[in-house]
Design a protein around this ligand. Sequence first.
Ligand code: S3P
Length: 179
Amino acid sequence: MTKPHTLRDEAPIFLLGFMGAGKTTVGRALADELNYQFFDLDELIEARAGKTVQAIFAELGEPEFRRLEAEAIASCSEFKDAIVALGGGANISEANRAKLRLIGKTVWLDCPLEVCLRRLGDDESRPLLGSKHEMIALLEHRRPGYAQADYVVSTGERSPEDIAIEIIRLLGGARQDIE
Ligand code: S3P
């Protein structure tokens, strides 16, 4: 039987979900509440590649980005007491999901597409951001992968702190510990 995850565990907690779901903002709030370290997987990839995500896509292509992404996920096994915000495509391959399961716990920030799109605007640093029609198709394609997360939180317009507190509850932390 697998041991239930509690805040006493040291394994990292991964936040996943679509672009614009708030993974980085909520991740920082969660790390603050728990006094954990915060990491953004895209920043880890950029540090390893010495290039921005945008430049990796443009110069090396998406397959190379996904290879670097898989390597960056594997490197998270060294983290303790850490929150990691994943990129929107990081838990879509079964190979990455298997790695994530071995390393820690995953939380899907399930955010309505309208809210994601409003937040994203026409952000040119996101190579996969396309038309609304394309984003609907991409989210529907990814939803079954996101749904395999250990925990799901419906986010929408809620504050990052409110979402962080719900995640702590889900993970087994007592609210009085953080008030
Ligand atoms: C991607 C999302 C991005 C980044 C890359 C690919 C995706 O991260 O990893 O552009 O496949 O959805 P965010 O979800 O933080 O935008």
